[in-house]
Design a protein around this ligand. Structure first.
Ligand code: UDP
Ligand code: MN
Length: 298
């Protein structure tokens, strides 16, 4: 029982991409935040309206993904092939694949007005550093060609695949994903960084939700700010000999505490099948791959 949207906020839940949202369609879940941002659940939006609005604006939507080391062979083809089936179908899409082995990127047949760019990056030796280095690399990409090409960008982990439509209803200036394992946990129990010396630290009175770093998005300008914040915080921690508990995800959670997302995606948008059946999860859009750290991590 997450409570419903306060009736004072409900009339304000209009959205640039979906027109009017229908938060009352899902009374069993929380459909808006305390700061009035919609939490997008299946049934609360009209995908056709979102589709038409995005077309009207003639948007280009970027999707970034890193595939470094064994993550490339293990996950990239399925991620991209499933994105062709389900990610922003009907819009102009540019994939940005970051890898240390551009020649190993699988060939994926792309639909019309869909493009794939491969960007070379160097491989950090530790998996934690591979994960964290994404923030600086994304920051640079957003300041370059990606930033000039795209209006909105999603940044995703590669160890997952799309299972149904992930469309423009998810677009907003700053978009955060509720973490499938933690969306119903009490705030004080959430796995934020608690070491007050860290830039990522949140106290037991702080934090709204625990957000998943496997999916975040927004406008190019907003993501420039997000990636700059996280890259800078990671560097400051490192200079003090610190590493946040969940790496870039800890810094991302601190950023979203300081800068509230304009839209929040329900766990239906990035679901972990290992959790099992939940009545409120109607229609998962992205599914986590089983964790196989022994195979993919060094
Ligand atoms: N990643 C990668 N190679 C690595 C480590 C990480 O390509 O050696 C990328 C990949 O996109 C991956 C993301 O960084 O999905 C985050 O790492 P991971 O998925 O292992 O973290 P988790 O989701 O388990 O916290
Ligand atoms: Mn992952």
């Amino acid at each position: 029982p997450m409570g419903v949207c306060p009736s004072a906020i409900m009339p304000l839940l209009k959205d640039n991409f979906t027109g009017v949202l229908r938060p009352w369609a899902r009374p069993e879940v929380l459909t808006c935040t305390s700061w009035g941002a919609p939490i997008i659940w299946d049934g609360t939006f009209d995908p056709d309206v979102a589709q038409q609005e995005a077309r009207r604006q003639n948007l280009t939507i970027g999707l970034t993904v890193f595939a470094i080391g064994r993550y490339l062979e293990k996950y990239l083809a399925r991620f991209l092939e499933s994105a062709e089936q389900h990610f922003m179908v009907g819009q102009r899409v540019v994939y940005y694949v970051f890898t240390e082995r551009p020649e190993a990127v699988p060939h994926v047949t792309l639909g019309t007005d869909r493009w794939l760019r491969v960007e070379h990056v160097t491989r950090e030796p530790r998996w934690q550093d591979v994960s964290m280095a994404r923030m600086r690399t994304l920051h640079e990409a957003l300041g370059g060609r990606l930033g000039r090409e795209a209006h909105f960008v999603f940044c995703m982990d590669v160890d997952q695949h799309f299972s149904s439509a992930f469309g423009p209803e998810t677009l907003a200036d700053l978009v955060a994903q509720l973490h499938a394992w933690h969306y119903h946990w009490p705030r004080w129990f959430l796995p934020y960084e608690r070491d007050t010396r860290s830039e990522a630290a949140l106290s037991s009175e702080q934090g709204d939700f625990y957000y998943h770093a496997a999916v975040f998005g927004g406008s190019v300008a907003a993501l420039r700010g997000l990636t700059a914040h996280c890259a800078r915080s990671q560097l400051r921690d490192r200079a003090r000999g610190l590493e946040a508990r969940w790496h870039d995800e800890s810094h991302l959670n601190k950023f979203f505490w300081l800068h509230k997302p304009a839209k929040v995606l329900s766990p239906e948008f990035c679901w972990a099948p290992a959790i099992g059946w939940r009545s409120e999860i109607r229609h998962p859009r992205l599914l986590w791959a089983p964790k196989e750290y022994k195979v993919v991590r060094n």
